[in-house]
Design a protein around this ligand. Structure first.
Ligand code: CDP
Length: 228
């Protein structure tokens, strides 16, 4: 399928499989995949290591200046690197998940991440997943998808993912974390999680990846009048 140089925004609730679907879309279209959540997770790991966030989630104002020297980028295997170190595994830990939403609610953190997302997508042909891609980061994205799934399905998926990576996980704790993040993400003042008016909703509770991909391809074909 030949698709123009567009931006595809995949937003939605925690652990709805946004990144898995976005990666598959990117692969099938020959687009670049960008994981905006990884940057928020990277900033959170940095804030934890350097002591800019306390156990009660208070974020120190000094984080703002410290971000000037933070080097976060996507390297080999699309892993997230912090100052040259591969931190892909650490940023997916429950410890980071438990503090990422308070960090992502800080306006200067959002500006810092948005700035990087824009420079990484200057040439288009990008699939980006997150919470506010279709509303704030790329409000003019040509294709917008908003993903949702039942709480129990989402918790089970995240639990299985953590266990398969050899990390300790507790299903109740995972479920609680998803609900908490969804609440904070939807209620923050700056760029809250919400469906863009022109986004298509995809509830994948009962769908296979193949079915999801088929749904997306149909959406793109319909939108651009592609007959294949
Ligand atoms: O993989 P999962 O859906 O659980 O989360 P993620 O995409 O890795 O994002 C982690 C956290 O980053 C979210 O819970 C949000 O607090 C924040 N985030 C955001 O605020 N805006 C984005 N565009 C992406 C992530």
């Amino acid at each position: 399928m030949t698709v123009p140089d567009i931006i595809i925004a995949v937003d939605g609730y925690s652990s709805t499989g946004k990144s898995s679907l976005a990666k598959q879309i990117a692969r099938s279209l020959g687009f670049t995949y960008l994981d905006s959540g990884a940057l928020y997770r990277g900033v959170t790991l940095f804030a934890q290591r350097e002591g800019y966030i306390s156990p009660d989630n208070t974020v120190s104002d000094s984080l703002q200046a410290a971000l000037d020297s933070l080097q976060l980028f996507f390297g080999e295997g699309n892993h997230c690197f912090m100052d040259g170190e591969d931190v892909e595994e650490q940023i997916r830990s429950m410890s980071v998940s438990s503090q990422v939403s308070p960090i992502a609610a800080v306006p200067y953190v959002r500006e810092w991440v948005d700035c990087r997302l824009h420079s990484l997508s200057f040439s288009g042909r990008v699939v980006m997943d997150g919470r506010d891609i279709g509303t704030t980061v790329f409000p003019n994205a040509e294709v917008k998808i908003f993903m949702t799934a039942s709480d129990s399905v989402r918790a089970k998926r995240r639990y299985d993912e953590l266990v398969s990576k050899g990390q300790k996980a507790d299903l109740t704790e995972v479920l609680e974390n998803l609900r908490q993040r969804d609440w904070i993400d939807s209620h923050r003042e700056t760029s809250p999680l919400r469906r863009a008016e022109d986004a298509f909703v995809l509830d994948n509770s009962e769908m296979t990846m193949e079915e999801e991909l088929c749904w997306v391809r149909g959406l793109i074909q319909g939108k651009f009048g592609i007959l294949e």
